[in-house]
Design a protein around this ligand. Structure first.
Ligand SMILES: Cc1cc2nc3c(=O)[nH]c(=O)nc-3n(C[C@H](O)[C@H](O)[C@H](O)COP(=O)(O)O)c2cc1C
Length: 189
């Protein structure tokens, strides 16, 4: 069985992040042929073009992990109706230097959780615009706007509600199929 390497970003730096819990659930529920690795974003300094010729180690590692991956997954909160700055900063590092955009043709998916009913819909809309410019090949359906219910998840990402588990499992299966389809026409070097 061939496996697909999926790098994932958690868009929150909070020590109590519900999106980190969601990411743990997604790792648990993913098909066996997806191998998920988180790319940390909390130690990245703010992006500046001044360092395009000399990326700091954390940013170099981010680009190396993306280069070694088949696909990318974003698990993000909504901040002020958009993407958290820390996540946008990570995307900016990955998209540069000019001509070395790590997301070019990369299969991608977006998901997020919030305590409120909007379930990160506007953050995801904003993120989709950014990823579109970066030429990532996004899964457009299913969408997943998760209203986080703390009673449904353990800290380690076990999902105790069967309907929620089925939804998240199917989301990851659809993502696997999307990755397979994109790579069939746009293989990674
Ligand atoms: C700076 C800031 C801005 C926020 N803006 C929004 C928002 O626009 N929409 C929303 O639904 N929740 C918003 N929230 C609440 C977050 O959804 C909530 O804090 C959530 O737990 C963040 O995800 P995390 O636990 O993974 O960090 C905001 C929270 C912060 C700290």
């Amino acid at each position: 069985m061939s496996t697909y390497k999926v790098a994932y970003f958690v868009g929150s730096l909070s020590s109590t992040s519900v999106n980190r819990t969601l990411s743990r659930a997604l790792v648990r529920l993913a098909p066996d042929d997806l191998e998920l690795t988180e790319i940390p974003i909390g130690t990245l300094r703010l992006y500046t073009p001044d360092l395009d010729d000399d990326y700091p180690p954390e940013a170099r590692a981010l680009k190396d992990t993306l280069a070694a991956s088949d696909a990318v997954l974003f698990v993000t909160p909504e901040y002020n109706r958009s993407i958290p700055g820390a996540l946008k900063n990570a995307i900016d590092w990955a998209s540069r230097p000019h001509g070395q955009n790590s997301f070019d043709h990369m299969p991608a998916a977006v998901i997020g959780a919030s305590p409120g009913m909007i379930g990160t819909a506007l953050a995801q809309q904003s993120l989709r615009g950014v990823l579109s410019y970066c030429n990532a090949r996004q899964m457009t359906s299913p969408e997943a706007y998760i209203q986080f219910d703390p009673d449904v998840y353990t800290d380690s990402g076990e999902v105790t509600d069967e309907d929620t588990a089925t939804f998240l499992r199917e989301f990851m299966q659809e993502f696997r199929d999307h990755v397979q389809r994109v790579l069939a026409v746009l293989p990674r070097d």
